[in-house]
Design a protein around this ligand. Structure first.
Ligand SMILES: NC(=O)c1ccc[n+]([C@@H]2O[C@H](COP(=O)([O-])OP(=O)(O)OC[C@H]3O[C@@H](n4cnc5c(N)ncnc54)[C@H](O)[C@@H]3O)[C@@H](O)[C@H]2O)c1
Ligand SMILES: [Zn+2]
Length: 370
């Protein structure tokens, strides 16, 4: 029964081909899977945070031991503010003290912060050692752990230092999401909706007809939603590992989403919630520019809205526009918008007039107070 359900999604990038394997409960079989992949007795170093370790670490470590590994677990402090070079350095010092050499495999057990820090660490420790991602948040399972982007923040902004470094395996256990707060769970799921709009109509259709509670409670529905989102990202990353134009489509909803997050000092919205507003704004812009039909715009707003109220948008237009201009992904000051053409197809626009952006902001501000 267990093996029958395991979904394996190939991720073929120019630098490495690997798999994402997805199955509820897989964390308790991870030892066997890793032994098959890495061979017996490879030195494993698990990086996690105490909140995740308390809930899932024991099951994970037991499974590793049962498969003959002698894993070390190193805890890092929890939270976005610890996604810093200083933490990478102190983890590297600990690895060295524990005797990690070039044969070491480093395992990230946690959310996107753990994944990004651990990925970066693995890419630079001894000039690169093995890496396995075991993501435990929605955000990490369907986005951060896939595609090989790693990095840390600088004082001036997020993800300003980093590498592209692909893992050898991504082990996704949807059951670990049961201990996530409901708000975190929902926020991450807007990224699945995003994937549907970018390139999977069937995924979008299912999500627009599913309540967030249903999604959380139905393991089969949850597993297939994660798998389809991972497949979409895998498809994009396979075609474009290092963020040329193609990979940019993954930023649907993020252009304005990032501006909203930054303008509120990352305190008001969870990332996915800002993206949810960004998706509606992108749809509005697309409709106004005649890129999509009004029915597409309406469907996107409906789907986002059906998962409940989002934090209100209280950002001044002037401030939001200033943050739009300073986004790291602008190119010589030109703001790129990813706009939906249909459900399942997007295109990139570099020439969205200021008044159209302003109108979209007004619209989401109004909708947020409705
Ligand atoms: N590399 C990429 O391509 C990529 C893509 C998207 C996001 N990211 C990065 O991911 C980060 C955000 O990731 P996130 O949303 O997972 O945040 P996070 O890693 O901070 O996790 C959120 C909180 O949930 C806790 N947690 C994790 N798993 C849990 C579980 N199963 N049960 C209970 N609590 C749990 C964590 O300890 C943390 O307190 C950002 O830094 C972002 O830049 C990277
Ligand atoms: Zn995102």
């Amino acid at each position: 029964m267990m093996c029958g359900q395991m979904l394996r999604i190939p991720i073929k990038t120019a630098s490495r081909a690997y798999e994402a394997v997805i199955e509820p409960g897989i964390i308790s079989r991870s030892g066997d899977i890793l032994r098959e992949l890495l061979g017996k007795g490879r030195p494993l170093f698990v990086i996690s945070v105490s909140r995740v370790r308390r809930r899932w670490g024991k099951t994970f470590e037991q499974s590793l031991r049962a498969a003959g590994f002698k894993p070390w677990t190193i805890e890092m402090p929890d939270g976005e503010r610890f996604k810093r070079m200083a933490v990478v350095e102190s983890l590297a010092e600990k690895l060295l003290q524990l005797g990690a050499d070039r044969s070491a495999v480093i395992v990230a057990l946690g959310g996107g912060v753990v994944g990004d820090v651990t990925g970066f660490l693995a890419s630079v420790y001894m000039r690169g050692v093995g890496l396995v991602q075991v993501p435990t948040t929605v955000q990490a399972q369907l986005d951060a752990a896939i595609g090989g982007k790693t990095g840390v923040n600088l004082r001036a902004g997020k993800n300003l230092v980093g590498t592209f470094y692909q893992p050898q395996l991504v082990l996704i256990d949807p059951a670990t999401l049961a201990t996530l707060p409901a708000r975190e769970f929902r926020a991450g799921m807007y990224e699945a909706l995003k994937c549907g709009i970018i390139g999977d109509r069937e995924l979008f259709r299912r999500l627009e007809n599913t309540s967030i509670e249903q999604l959380r409670e139905d393991p089969e529905l949850l597993t297939s939603t994660i798998a389809q989102s991972v497949s979409l990202k895998a498809r994009v990353v396979a075609a474009d590992e290092k963020e040329g134009d193609l990979r940019r489509v993954l930023n649907l909803g993020h252009t304005l989403g990032h501006a909203l997050e930054a303008a509120t000092a990352y305190r008001h919205f969870l990332h996915g919630e800002a993206v949810a507003w960004g998706l509606q704004a992108a749809a509005r812009i697309a409709w106004e520019r005649r890129v999509c039909a009004s029915s597409v715009y309406e469907r996107i707003c409906q789907a986002v809205g059906s998962w409940g109220k989002l934090p209100v948008v209280n950002v001044e237009t002037r401030k939001a526009l200033a943050y739009l201009q300073s986004d790291k992904k602008t190119e010589s000051g030109v703001v790129h918008f990813i706009l939906p053409k249909q459900i399942g197809a997007v295109e990139i626009h570099k020439d969205v007039p200021r008044r159209v952006i302003v109108a979209a902001l007004d619209e989401i501000r109004r909708a947020s107070h409705a």
